[in-house]
Design a protein around this ligand. Structure first.
Ligand SMILES: *Cc1c(COP(=O)(O)O)cnc(C)c1O
Length: 503
């Protein structure tokens, strides 16, 4: 097996003096010169925009040729770490391969306008309806909204529905608490607090599961919801989930499933069958919608029938009463929490997820979860052979938490991995494990990639043990080395300074 650190990766080493587009600028240089006819069209800009809105001088735009422009942006793109270029085992973020054929499918719909007449958009509505049904089937829920634009947004939508449910029952004052485990994703307590609830945190036990007795002791008629995920954020399956859900049911406490990471169970186990009342999914994790860099997310929410009236509208309905169309939009939803996003959600992403589900089918989805879990456990054992302890050494699900030997810092490993062309794992999350390295290889990685990663981690560890200073100074080949993160936070430089660019 050849490791890649000796010959620095072209992705990270090139262009360390990469100029800004403004620095490439040469006065008078042009990319495209529009045909004269277009320029001569008699548009009265003063009448069109108003004299007060016209510039008095030309904008200071860079002047470059088309080829230089292409090279500039291609060069910038090449400096990125991405799933298409690098192994990216970022736990909890499910950075799996995004099949390119989904882009073709999404592009088929780019001519649609959200305001066009429904009879001319029946195919698009059918797709939304069918996707909603598939997601309901996959999660074991009764109804779905496709509107929310991210996982956290889905959580907020779900918790607002729970709030509305208790409001309808006249119990809003009484139900003031939302329970979250201490390992929960930060968005869970943040969502509950934003929706006006008090958050009660439950510790985990030595096996990495939520402490059942502590949870049971916290239950009362004042609790509105328990936010859980299974497998939990440590990658451990909560074996007492049915006990938890029956205790919750007895007190009418709503069980919320954080389904951002359904890669471990998709096609195989359904949160609805475990007793959950609400779930959000991250289509941009489990269902291959590209993400990262804050790109558009999609966080559909599924609910059991008793919460269906509260879903945000409009909802796509087949054979809507009073409509001659096969698919219509139901706007009249008197108990709805209201719209949470414009139009129909991130439509292109919904097409990508639909294409994924349809191309895999029920059997293919099962393969996803079995391979995701197999890959994670294989890598867990490979890393433990290299000297990285598993925080909870038992069969994990789609991800696991490892720790470096005492005295070494996870942050330093994350930096060193960049020199090997590998994106770091998630670091220091969940907070309950110190020096946590959360690794999620996903089902789309090959055996060779997993073996190579384990060897790289082993090599970094051995080099660090021989020479701690080497590890503390990594990375060596990236366009910028270690940044002073404290200074960057305290004194951020937010505008262009030539000094920085040419350093
Ligand atoms: C990613 C994630 C979220 C939040 O999803 P966003 O789309 O980033 O808002 C919530 N919970 C868990 C467990 C996650 O991994």
């Amino acid at each position: 097996m050849t490791l890649t650190a000796e010959k620095p990766s072209t992705l990270t080493s090139q262009n360390s003096n990469f100029p800004l587009i403004f620095e490439r600028s040469q006065a008078g240089r042009r990319g495209v010169i529009p045909p004269q006819a277009a320029l001569e069209q008699n548009v009265d800009l003063v009448a069109l925009l108003g004299a007060e809105n016209l510039r008095s001088s030309a904008p200071a735009l860079p002047e470059v040729s088309e080829l230089d422009l292409v090279r500039h942006y291609t060069g910038l793109a090449n400096r990125q770490f991405s799933v298409d270029a690098n192994f990216y085992p970022l736990g909890s973020c499910t950075m799996k391969y995004n099949p390119k054929v989904h882009e073709v499918a999404a592009a088929w719909f780019t001519d649609l306008h959200p305001y066009q007449a429904l009879e001319t958009a029946q195919g698009a509505l059918e797709l939304l309806h069918s996707l909603g049904q598939s997601l309901a089937t996959i999660t074991g829920m009764d109804a779905v909204t496709l509107q929310p634009a991210a996982g956290a947004h889905g959580e907020f939508t779900g918790i607002l529905m729970i709030r509305k449910y208790f409001e309808q029952k006249g119990q809003l004052e009484q139900r003031r608490i939302v329970i979250c485990p201490d390992a929960a994703h930060g968005t869970n307590p943040a969502t509950a607090a934003m929706a006006g609830f008090e958050v009660v945190e439950i510790p985990g036990n030595a096996r990495g599961e939520v402490d059942f007795e502590a949870l049971e002791a916290a239950l009362s008629p004042h609790v509105a919801a328990i936010m859980l995920t299974n497998p939990n954020t440590l990658g451990i399956f909560e074996t007492r989930i049915l006990d938890i859900s029956s205790k919750a049911k007895a007190l009418d406490i709503q069980l919320y499933y954080d389904g951002a990471n359904t890669n471990a169970i998709v096609g195989r186990a359904r949160p609805g069958d475990m007793g959950f009342d609400v779930i959000h999914l991250n289509l941009h994790k489990t269902f291959t919608v590209p993400h990262g860099g804050g790109g558009p997310g999609t966080g559909p929410v599924g609910v059991k029938a008793h919460l269906e009236p509260f879903l945000p509208g409009p909802i796509v309905i087949k054979n809507l009463e009073g409509s001659a169309l096969a698919y219509g939009l139901e706007h009249d939803r008197p108990l709805s929490i209201g719209r949470v996003r414009s139009f129909y959600g991130n439509f292109g992403n919904l097409v990508r997820a639909y294409a994924y589900i349809r191309s895999l089918g029920a059997e293919g989805l099962k393969d996803v979860s079995s391979m995701a879990v197999l890959n994670a456990n294989y890598l867990r054992i490979k890393l433990s052979e290299q000297g990285f302890a598993t925080a909870y050494p038992r069969i994990n699900m789609h991800e696991f938490v490892a720790t470096p030997p005492k005295g070494l810092k996870t942050l330093d490993f994350a930096k060193a991995l960049l020199d090997y062309g590998v994106h770091p794992m998630t670091t220091y999350f969940p907070l309950v494990v110190s020096e946590a390295m959360m690794v999620e290889p996903t089902e789309t990685e090959s055996l060779e990639t997993l073996d190579n990663y384990a060897q790289i981690m082993g090599e970094i560890l051995r080099k660090a043990q021989a020479n701690p200073a080497w590890l503390e100074s990594a990375p060596y080949t990236t366009p910028v080395r270690r940044l002073d993160e404290t200074l960057a936070a305290k004194k951020p430089v937010l505008t262009y300074q030539k000094m920085l660019a040419t350093k």
